[in-house]
Design a protein around this ligand. Structure first.
Ligand code: NAD
Ligand code: AHE
Ligand code: ZN
Length: 368
């Protein structure tokens, strides 16, 4: 079949809209009609050329929601008409990682996924007979996609696609980092570096679990208003203060119990670690830093009890946790609507990247 898709031909170039050929789903695969997709900073990162796994030509996008159109042989858990969210972090429930119960990093298809291919090491997309690569196993910048069954979360049918697509990455990453990775307890003080599409979800996760002081840090002053509406109690602009670490230590009476880096800047990752409390502070890295970037700190920071950790997809097990997070949204426990600041047609997808770059959007959502 044919599908309309935004194709990334090479790093740093705008996407172009093409009629792409899409093969039928093979064994264990599912054809999905994507109804809506968010644009995450990671799409921008890969398009910029900074991602060592960034391969071209490819169809980017990993924050979608849609409907099952067809299933390949051996697909058991999904059928035509089911509503789904594609998962860049699958959940096979069989690999060593899934069975460990210690991580959400299912590795069942990680190596082919990282090479832009389906599990049989080929692509379902092509144009003029030449393969176009998948991206993160999801390629939600295509109206139709083929996705492995283990990489689809089945969700309730009354959830609006143009809102819950954001649960495919940003919402789950931010809230999950608080709830699943850090397991922040009520009364804890937290610091959030970066108040974009991820950081604001960290903030609402922290409010949800009853955190005490929720300190937000961003160089964009426009972020303050929305962050306060989501639960931030104190705002710090690094451009307006001498020493951000001292400020946080002072505000919290010794340091944050937990901090979250939601930018992808290694200098800020260091600050995020060093602003946490001696003896028990935990700093969670969420931001994705460019190829070749490295973090550093004085080992004494760790000797004296601070811990450096990371979180991918908020530590969520996609097929299990994503339907629950959709329920939280439908029950009014979490907010999504105000964070979707722009909606676009596929033809205007490059505008979504411009808005992000200019700091004007929190999330832009493309509606097919
Ligand atoms: P975003 O562009 O929406 O937000 C980034 C925010 O950081 C902006 O508000 C910006 O003003 C702020 N910022 C930039 N430089 C700053 C500085 N020097 N000091 C303070 N604030 C600064 O991006 P996003 O979609 O929220 O993504 C954030 C990061 O998280 C990206 O690196 C993205 O790739 C990563 N990410 C990771 C995961 C994961 O699973 N680990 C998932 C999604 C996104
Ligand atoms: N390919 C990049 C790594 C990118 C990365 O860290 N991805 C996050 C999700 S970001 C979503 O917006 C992730 O889950 N990583 C785990 C994994 O297995 O990729 C690079 O730098 O190589
Ligand atoms: Zn993302």
């Amino acid at each position: 079949m044919k599908t309309r898709a935004a194709v990334a031909w090479q790093a740093g170039q705008p996407l172009t809209i093409e009629e792409v050929d899409l093969m039928a789903p093979q064994a264990g695969e599912v054809l999905v009609e994507i109804k809506a997709t968010g644009i995450c900073h990671t799409d921008y990162y890969t398009l910029s050329g900074a991602d060592p796994e960034g391969l071209f030509p490819a169809i980017l996008g990993h924050e979608g929601a849609g409907v099952v159109v067809d299933t390949g042989p051996d697909v058991k858990s999904l059928q035509q008409g089911d509503h789904v969210i594609p998962l860049y972090m699958p959940e096979c429930r069989e690999c060593k990682f899934c069975l460990s119960r210690k991580t959400n990093l299912c590795q069942a298809i990680r190596s082919t996924q990282g090479r832009g291919l389906m599990p049989d090491a080929t692509s379902r997309f092509s144009l003029n007979g030449k393969p176009i690569l998948h991206y993160m196993g999801t390629s939600t910048f295509s109206n139709y996609v083929v996705v492995p069954e283990i990489a689809l979360a089945k969700i309730r049918k009354d959830a609006p696609f143009d809102k819950v697509c954001y649960i495919g990455c940003g919402v789950t990453t931010g809230i999950g980092a608080v709830v699943f990775t850090a397991k922040v307890e009520a009364g804890a003080n937290i610091a959030v570096f970066g108040l974009g599409g991820i950081g604001l979800n960290v903030i609402q996760g922290a409010r949800m679990v009853g955190a005490d002081k929720i300190i937000g840090i961003d160089i964009n002053p426009v972020r303050e208003k929305m962050a306060r509406e989501f639960g931030m109690t104190h705002f710090l602009n690094p451009n307006k203060t001498e020493n951000i670490i001292d400020d946080i230590v002072q505000l919290t009476g010794g340091g944050a119990d937990y901090s979250f880096e939601c930018i992808g800047n290694t200098q800020l990752m260091r600050q995020a670690l060093e602003c946490t409390h001696k003896g028990w502070g935990r700093s969670i890295i969420i931001g994705v830093a460019a190829a070749g970037a490295e973090i550093s700190t004085r080992p004494f920071q760790l000797v004296t009890g601070r811990k450096w950790e990371g979180s991918a997809f908020g530590g969520a097990r996609g097929r299990t946790d994503v339907p629950r997070i959709v329920d939280w949204y439908m029950e009014g426990k979490i907010k999504i609507d105000p964070l979707i600041t722009h909606t676009l047609k596929l033809e205007d997808i490059n505008e979504g990247f411009q808005l992000m770059k200019a700091g004007k959007s929190i999330r832009s959502v493309v509606i097919y």
